[in-house]
Ligand binder design. Structure first.
Ligand code: GAR
Length: 222
């Protein structure tokens, strides 16, 4: 559990557009998250998220996975950079690479991910299309601590959205993404406040106010 003293040093790993990164940047700048983003790493040189970070004077690095002979050497370079910036929390935000066990152990309990489905349902890729094909009436988003098993790990918070009869993968993804932008800053704020306690596979929110209890269960009133 993080014990807050000075503002939390956050790094964000991205692969693409970075709208979740933007939500985290905005929440830090607004003082909602008692922390600051010290580093953004993308594995794609053209990821638009890099541009977003630069606009806010945040340090950026591209670590192109195609230039590394294997997963371990790629991850080792990530670790080198993250440690160099004295990162206290690593946020995966649309980072589309599977991380090695070495990496997840190195950042155990200070590595979180956002996933566009209600885990443990629909881990992996193409989750919106799979949710539609499965005929589920609800899907959503999950923020969770990262463990070696992909899209597993203790769940911090979830948001539920309806799956509508005329949805396609894009319309459902957009509805989920709007909730992601509310959810991720909330989870990072709780971490930065030192209020997330992992007990087994569960996460407890310490000193939860009534409205936060509600947010844990059903954070979509918007
Ligand atoms: C988000 O929907 C995020 O949940 C998803 O990629 C999108 C990134 O959007 N992540 C995964 O699917 C990870 N398995 P963004 O780049 O605009 O934040």
């Amino acid at each position: 559990m993080h014990t807050p003293s000075s503002p939390l040093r956050i790094a964000v790993l991205i692969s693409g557009g970075g709208s979740n990164l933007q939500a985290l940047i905005d929440a830090c700048e607004a003082g909602i998250i008692p922390g600051r983003i010290v580093l953004v790493i993308s594995n794609h040189p053209t990821a638009f998220g890099i541009e977003r970070a630069k606009r806010h004077q945040i340090a950026t690095h591209v670590v192109d996975h195609r230039l590394y002979p294997n997963r371990e050497s790629f991850d080792q370079e990530l670790i080198r950079l993250l440690d160099q910036y004295e990162t206290q929390l690593v946020c995966l935000a649309g980072f589309m690479r599977v991380l090695s066990d070495h990496f997840t152990h190195h950042y155990a309990n200070r590595l979180i991910n956002i996933h566009p489905a209600l885990l443990p349902a629909f881990p992996g890729l193409h989750v919106q299309q799979r949710a539609i094909e499965a005929g589920v009436r609800f899907s959503g988003a999950t923020v969770h601590f990262v463990v070696p098993e992909v899209d597993a790990g203790p769940i911090i918070v979830q948001a539920v959205v309806p799956v509508l009869a005329d949805d396609n993968a894009e319309t459902l993804a957009a509805r989920i993404l709007r909730q992601e932008h509310r959810l991720y800053p909330l989870a990072v704020r709780w971490f930065a406040e030192g209020r997330l306690q992992i007990v087994g596979n569960q996460v407890r929110l310490l000193n939860a106010q009534e409205d936060e209890q509600a947010a844990l269960i059903h954070p979509l009133s918007a």
